[in-house]
Design a protein around this ligand. Structure first.
Ligand code: GLA
Length: 777
């Protein structure tokens, strides 16, 4: 609900309130963001009888006032607010000072779209918009602020548009998407950092102390180094209690979020396109639009905030035919064969995938032109007929005949120097003309700022996507930006190059995704190097990391889950030793972890033992049964230390699945509990685990404590015995209330602790895990 009365603006969602007002000077001041309440401007507005000493007052009429103290709604550089500005421009006269004052407001059902960039969507009933116009007191430029309210998921979005009304050009050095001021201190800023194979691996919590904390990136993509999703929480907030604010951007390029504690102990959070290395020239009458920022608040801890974000992403970001559909269970060829693929090999894999119960077969890199390694051919999107004599559609048909749908990998934004495309159009790649170029995976980034390059990508991809039988595309992007220079733009426009790249990419996506609505598009950028809300507007799921090690994945998925729902996180079971870490984890755990996301397999089914394939078949059958809950249920984080605990609950709260994963065994510590979250306390649930059999080899020579004959470890005898004799696993089976499951937790059967084993003991060595099921009875 939006309310305006005498220059006081209130935005209400189901459980939150956001309010700001027109200051006596005409600028906008912030009043409040937090738990829903009745607003009183008189009681909430900062009092101004005198300005703090050694600060700047706006003019002779307002000597009691300073923009440096008190929460502002937006802050322009130059009039005394020394905190991080929302906007900073250079006027033709060289001045950098702006002074925006309130002029008018409009509100409406529904929303105004962002030009050239994706934004949150919804029906007219699901969202309302407030539009605020401000004018620069001296230069007459216009700043428009858009607020969209999504009441059901407690989200408010913000963005800005600047229009140049000066006679001469204006240089925009920064225009952020959101600024949020709090009149107090005591916040913790949380951001997510990582690298390739360590995507969002580090959740970093920092106290907001006097000074600034910045989570930002220059990589050209939103990046695995620093995700655009951040949180600000009141000190002491936990997963389930306390005030937590979330901030994200519908944007895929350079971004920055800065948390600052001012000299007056007030907290500011600004987020938007990274102003560093950015500038944009606006000619008279032209406008610049920022991407949309997403804000949410929950008084129910980090899980509460995540619930809001998940609902928002699922209902207002991810779109198209696949937005709410169960995602197919796939086998991807990459780790099974890397570049060494051909039709025969792929069909053998696909046939095993079909037997195991997979639904989609994906041919990864290596199928086009001379692509036998990562040195060549990106840009030459012609099938390699030596590898695929029957072309894409020929292979797709054969895969379809096995009962699987078919998809393939592309990397449309790139070119290798060793390619016909580069030889023909060297000026289509981003590079500083005539200067040395830095290297990254032997490839260059196409200059998507150039409309001709956009047209080429659309044309080349349309040809591939139109091939008969293609129902899925993995769209990769394996290089971050260096030598950021668009040969298409003038020298003075080079500060625009990276934002124009992102706009070019969105244009390409708009065209292709409208043209191929039935295709399921999966985003990828060396894994999660572009896992953001901009991409999720086109790609319902994103390959979250090139690292499939279960121990790493449990941490990464936990971290993704703060801001993103599991229906967006693509997760595969891969071979062991793991290709990224050489770590050996149980097949069961690899599945148990991946099953909480969009499950797939990425290993050589042809080389796996019969026993392993039987296990895989059972996993796939189980996942299909639970898929909807796993992909679209409400996801909660539990403990997250040596034990990792998750719980996902169906919308009607009748079914839930929980994960308990163990990092390392703590000797002589056998008692574990499983705690559920999000259940209906009044419902009765049957709590069970999967009944598993364990290989006696896992017990090594301990079997000699009970075996009638001596069994040597690694002997033929042990192999034969292991083939015929399996150890029964524990069974847990309780009929209990949702309240008990959440508050007492289930005391699980004791874990093995060197005192013998039987089916009342939980086999739980390093990296073990269990999925528990809770079904209403
Ligand atoms: C990237 C992706 C991988 C795979 C390779 C292919 O690294 O993240 O999944 O597709 O490229 O070259």
């Amino acid at each position: 609900m939006i309310k305006e009365s005498k220059g006081c603006f209130e935005l209400h969602t189901a459980h939150t309130t956001y309010a700001f007002y027109v200051l006596p000077t005409g600028q906008l001041g912030h009043l409040y963001y937090g738990k829903r309440l009745k607003v009183s401007e008189e009681a909430m507005a900062e009092k101004h009888a005198f300005a703090p000493s050694n600060t700047i007052t706006p003019d002779q009429e307002h000597l009691e006032f300073s923009y440096e103290q008190g929460p502002m709604e937006i802050s322009a550089y130059g009039k005394g607010d020394t905190r991080e500005p929302f906007i900073s421009v250079v006027h033709a006269d060289g001045s950098r000072t702006s002074d925006f004052r309130y002029r008018s407001c409009y509100s409406r059902k529904g929303r105004t779209k962002v030009n050239g960039m994706p934004c949150a969507y919804g029906s007219e009933e699901e969202m309302e918009e407030l539009e605020i116009h401000l004018t620069d007191n001296s230069y007459k430029n216009e700043l428009i602020l858009y607020y969209v309210v999504f009441p059901a998921c407690d989200v408010i979005t913000k963005r800005a548009v600047l229009i140049n009304h000066e006679e001469e050009k204006l240089v925009v050095n920064r225009l952020m998407s959101s600024m949020l001021d709090f009149p107090e201190d005591g916040f913790v800023f949380t951001s997510f950092h990582g690298a390739h194979c360590r995507d969002v691996y580090e959740k970093v919590d920092r106290d907001v102390l006097p000074g600034k904390i910045e989570a930002s990136i220059y990589a050209g993509v939103s990046s695995n180094r620093c995700n655009p999703f951040t949180m600000l929480s009141r000190k002491g907030a936990t997963e389930d209690f306390g005030d937590v604010y979330g901030s994200n951007l519908v944007y895929s390029g350079n971004h920055a979020t800065i948390a600052e504690l001012s000299p007056f102990y007030e907290t500011r959070l600004v987020t938007g396109i990274n102003p560093a290395e950015f500038s944009w020239i606006l000619k008279k009458g032209e406008k610049f639009e920022t991407p949309e920022a997403i804000l949410s608040f929950s008084p129910k801890g980090f899980n509460g905030l995540s619930q809001n974000m998940h609902a928002f992403v699922q209902n207002h970001i991810v779109r198209g035919e696949w937005a709410k559909k169960d995602r197919p269970l796939l086998l991807n060829s990459w780790e099974a064969a890397y570049f060494d693929i051909n039709e025969h090999k792929l069909l053998k894999l696909a046939s095993e995938a079909a037997k195991a119960g997979c639904e989609l077969f994906v041919m990864d890199d290596g199928w086009f032109a001379e692509r036998s390694d990562d040195h060549r051919s990106l840009g030459d999107w012609e099938v390699n007929v030596k590898k695929l004599p029957n072309g894409i559609s020929g292979l797709a048909k054969k895969v379809n005949d096995l009962g699987l749908s078919f998809g393939l990998w592309v990397e449309p934004e790139m070119v290798n120097v060793d390619s016909d495309l580069y030889r023909e159009h060297p000026d289509w790649a981003m590079a500083v003309p005539g200067k040395d170029h830095a290297e990254g995976r032997n490839q260059r980034i196409l200059d998507l700022a150039n409309p001709k390059v956009q047209d080429y990508v659309i044309e080349a991809m349309s040809r591939i996507f139109s091939e008969e039988g293609v129902s899925y595309i993995k769209w990769d992007m394996n290089r971050i930006v260096s030598d950021a220079y668009s040969p298409y733009l003038s020298a003075e426009q080079q500060g625009e190059a990276l934002h124009r790249y992102v706009l070019g990419l969105y244009h390409i996506c708009d065209v292709l995704f409208e043209k191929f609505p039935h295709i399921l598009f999966e985003g990828c950028s060396s894994g999660g190097c572009r896992f953001d809300l901009g991409m999720l507007c086109y790609f319902p799921q994103i390959w979250a990391s090139d690292n499939t090690d279960a121990l790493c994945r449990v941490k990464m998925m936990t971290n993704y889950s703060y801001g993103y729902p599991m229906s967006t996180v693509s997760a595969h079971v891969s071979a062991c030793p793991n290709h990224q870490t050489l770590r050996i984890t149980p097949l069961e755990t690899r599945f148990n972890v991946a099953a909480f996301g969009v499950l797939g397999y990425e290993c050589n089914f042809c080389d796996m033992s019969k026993e392993e394939m039987e296990a895989v078949k059972a996993q796939i059958a189980l996942y299909k049964q639970w898929r909807h809950t796993m992909q679209y249920g409400q996801f909660y984080r539990g403990r997250n230390n040596n034990l990792h605990e998750w719980c996902v609950v169906s919308e009607d709260k009748r079914h839930a699945a929980g994960l308990l994963m163990h990092e390392l065994v703590l000797p002589n510590f056998a008692s574990h509990r499983f705690f559920a979250k999000g259940l209906d306390p009044k419902k009765t649930y049957r709590f069970t685990n999967r009944s598993l059999k364990h290989n006696i080899k896992a017990f090594g020579d301990l079997v000699n404590a009970v075996a009638p004959v001596h069994i040597k470890t690694d002997s033929l005898m042990q192999d034969i015995l292991a083939h015929f004799v399996k150890m029964d696993g524990e069974n847990e089976n309780y009929l209990v209330g949702g309240d008990l499951l959440m508050h007492s937790g289930i005391a699980l059967k004791q874990a093995f602790a060197s005192t013998g084993y039987n089916d009342n003991v939980r086999f739980f060595p390093d990296f073990s895990s269990r999925i528990y099921f809770m079904e209403e009875e």
